[in-house]
Ligand binder design. Structure first.
Ligand code: CUA
Length: 152
């Protein structure tokens, strides 16, 4: 009798779990078409737009988009420059191993995993040279992996 109760509880929990899983899968399938892409074939980064042409482009007033590729041991494109007061939306992927993307002195600090696209934004109010560096150990020249964003 008690066993039956527990069995039905187990079955209902399984049903709920499957339902949630189904909703999540379905929800992902009907994502709006202009939503950010989050996945990429890491072996085809150099042929997959927009990462085939890493670049920083102006997309609005005081707004820039930086499409970047992290690799052992550097970042494309480099160097980069924006006017003070610009908001930069970074989209970064890796063409090899896990890297970091940190801009000390800002809230920008994300992991860059091959196969995934990391999104992070920051508004650069103060002019200066902002260091961008890798904070995930990625090999022999990890310490050298850095670039600069110039804010004028
Ligand atoms: Cu890239 Cu450490």
């Amino acid at each position: 009798r008690l066993e039956k109760v527990w069995l039905s509880i187990g079955v209902s929990m399984l049903a709920v779990f499957l339902l949630v899983l189904g909703i999540m899968t379905f929800g992902r399938g009907i994502a709006p078409p202009n939503e950010h892409i989050h996945h990429i074939d890491p072996t085809k980064v150099s042929e997959t737009p927009p990462f085939d042409k890493p670049q920083i482009t102006k997309i609005g007033e005081n707004t820039y988009k930086a499409v970047m590729v992290a690799y052992a041991f550097g970042y494309d494109p480099m160097p980069m420059e924006v006017p003070a007061g610009s908001t930069v939306h970074f989209e970064i992927t890796s063409s090899d191993v896990v890297h970091g993307f940190e801009i000390p002195g800002t809230n920008v600090n994300v992991m860059v995993t091959p196969g995934e696209i990391s999104h992070v934004s920051h508004t650069f109010d103060k002019p200066g040279e902002y260091l961008i560096l890798c904070n995930e150990y990625c090999g022999i020249a990890h310490e050298m992996m850095k670039t600069t964003l110039v804010v004028k």
